[in-house]
Structures are given as structure tokens and as C-alpha cells.
Design a protein around this ligand. Structure first.
Ligand code: SPV
Ligand code: MG
Length: 292
């Protein structure tokens, strides 16, 4: 396959630097440029281009329905208007090892700092959906990781492997076995997902991991755990995967409901951002200043 024309930006180097640092690295889920910008403005280190959020932004289930091109386009929009690294959630890698290699080339070419692929069967269902969460055999997922790592042309790009072992109801030993295998295959970090309401299994797995490569956590259901506790257990990257979109949906629903009942725009005046705030976020102010 062809090589990227332009080298990746230093965003991947920045992410590596952060992951080697003394404090937890935090990322928040987004689905477009504007939401990524808000994540950056809030002071987080990175943006998680969430498959759940991007799918939901089309009004679709997070079930391998959105294509690689659509996911990549969302990640590119995020990257273009932020200075922080984008970690792209690439589900199962859009197919087999060849598809993963193709995706790595395309994402690297688009200057995306990191890609994350997970060890479920294609088509996958969102990890919290009450549906089958079947795992790909470890050896087969290892082939995907190897294909991805071989396809990258810049050492700084990161391929994060994600195990859904705990989501699939497997024990910590099985999850740990997969974490080892994925690290051995060349993954730059391993995301261990859990839908437990308590952080116990995530913390235990971290305590039993030898810290060879960083672990990544997504504390959506075990929400009370602190970034610091996760960090101390070996989780270098903490992803708040979807809180932004859930806030937006709640806010929009409330405002639209109020507007519908009141029948005039002033009823929601104090509940919404000003036009100038949006102008500023979309760079309108700068555009006006340079206009003739
Ligand atoms: C996402 O945000 O798309 C994720 C996290 O992969 S989860 O929704 O928990 O699967
Ligand atoms: Mg996802």
C-alpha cells in the first residue's frame, strides 16, 4: 500500500510524552469539530473521537453501521481546529488485518495521533448494549495489531488495542492474558473496558499488570473512581467517553421543550450560548478582522 505523503504532526509525539508523564492524561469524547474544540477549551489533554458519539450524531446505533470514511472525516474535522491529539475510536478496525492496515495508513496520513481497535467480532455492538458481546480469538486480534503496526510509517503514531474481555463476561485472568498478548504484538497501549458499576476489576487488573505499556480506562459505569486512583493502578489515559454529548442532548431537549411551550425565543434566552460565543468558537472573529 502507498505511504503517507506528509509526516504525522507532533500530536502523536505529544501524546507519547503525556503518557510517559507523572499525571493522568485525560481525553473526552466528541463527534465533530465544535465538540472537540469544547473539549480542548475545557482543558483536557486529548479528544476521543467516539464511535458511540459519531454514530449517535447520525441518529444511528453504535453497531458498525458508520463507515471508516465517516469516522475518519469526523476525526479530521476535530484535528483541523484543535491543537491537542485526537485518539480515534476505530471499533474493530473495519474488518480484518488488511482493513486495519488500510485504516492506519489513512488515519496517519490525516495526522490523527492515535487509533484504537477492539477485540470484538465485526459487526460490533456498543459495549453497554444488551446484546451479544462476542470476542475475536486472541491470536486473530494479534494479527490485526501486527498488521496495523507494520502499516504505520512514523514511529510516533500510536495503535491502542482494546480488550472487551470483561464486557464479554470473561474473568480478569482472561483480560490480563489478552493485555499481555496485545502488548507482545506491539500495541502502544491497551484499553481495558468494563461495564461494572465498581472499579474493582479494573483496579485489580491494573495492580497485576507489569506496566510494560500504558493502560487506558473508560470510567463510564464505575464513575466514582478518581483519575488519580486509576493512574496509581497503571491507567495512564482516562477517557470520559460521552459526557459531552449527553450534556448537549439534555440541554437541547430542555431548551426545545421550553421554546415549544412558550412560543417566543426570549423564553430560552438565558439558557443558550450567545451568537458571539459561537462566532468565537468557529473563528468568525478572526475571519472578520482579516476581512477587507
Ligand atoms: C465510544 O465512546 O464509542 C466507546 C466507549 O467505545 S463505549 O461507548 O463505552 O463503548
Ligand atoms: Mg466506541
Amino acid at each position: 500500500m502507498s505511504r503517507p505523503i506528509t509526516p504525522p504532526t507532533s500530536k502523536s509525539a505529544r501524546l507519547r510524552e503525556l503518557l510517559a508523564g507523572p499525571v493522568p492524561v485525560t481525553a473526552v469524547g466528541a463527534h465533530d469539530g465544535l465538540t472537540a474544540k469544547l473539549v480542548e477549551r475545557a482543558g483536557f489533554d486529548a479528544v476521543w473521537c467516539s464511535s458511540f458519539e459519531v454514530s449517535a450524531s447520525y441518529g444511528l446505533p453504535d453497531a458498525s453501521l458508520v463507515t471508516m470514511t465517516q469516522f475518519l472525516s469526523a476525526a479530521e474535522a476535530m484535528d483541523a481546529i484543535t491543537d491537542i491529539p485526537i485518539v480515534a475510536d476505530c471499533d474493530t478496525g473495519f474488518g480484518g488485518p488488511l482493513n486495519v492496515a488500510f485504516a492506519v495508513e489513512r488515519y496517519e496520513r490525516a495526522n490523527i495521533a492515535a487509533m484504537c481497535i477492539e477485540d470484538k467480532l465485526f459487526p460490533k455492538m456498543n459495549s453497554f448494549a444488551d446484546a451479544a458481546q462476542d470476542l475475536l480469538p486472541t491470536e486473530e486480534f494479534v494479527l490485526k495489531i501486527k498488521a496495523g503496526k507494520e502499516a504505520q510509517s512514523d514511529d510516533r503514531f500510536l495503535l491502542i488495542a482494546r480488550t472487551e474481555a470483561l464486557i464479554a463476561g470473561q474473568c480478569i485472568d482472561e483480560a490480563l492474558y489478552r493485555v499481555h498478548a496485545y502488548a507482545e504484538a506491539g500495541a502502544d497501549a491497551v484499553l481495558v473496558h468494563s461495564k461494572s458499576s465498581r472499579p474493582d476489576e479494573i483496579l485489580e487488573l491494573g495492580a497485576r499488570w507489569d506496566n510494560r505499556i500504558p493502560l487506558v480506562a473508560v470510567p463510564t459505569t464505575y464513575a466514582s473512581v478518581s483519575e488519580q486512583s486509576l493512574f496509581e493502578a497503571g491507567y495512564r489515559l482516562v477517557i470520559y467517553a460521552n459526557q459531552g454529548m449527553r450534556a448537549a442532548v439534555k440541554g437541547m431537549r430542555e431548551v426545545l421543550g421550553k421554546l415549544r411551550v412558550a412560543g417566543h425565543a426570549e423564553s430560552v434566552h438565558d439558557d443558550i450560548a450567545t451568537m458571539s460565543e459561537i462566532f468565537e468558537l468557529q473563528g468568525m472573529t478572526a475571519a472578520f478582522r482579516t476581512a477587507p
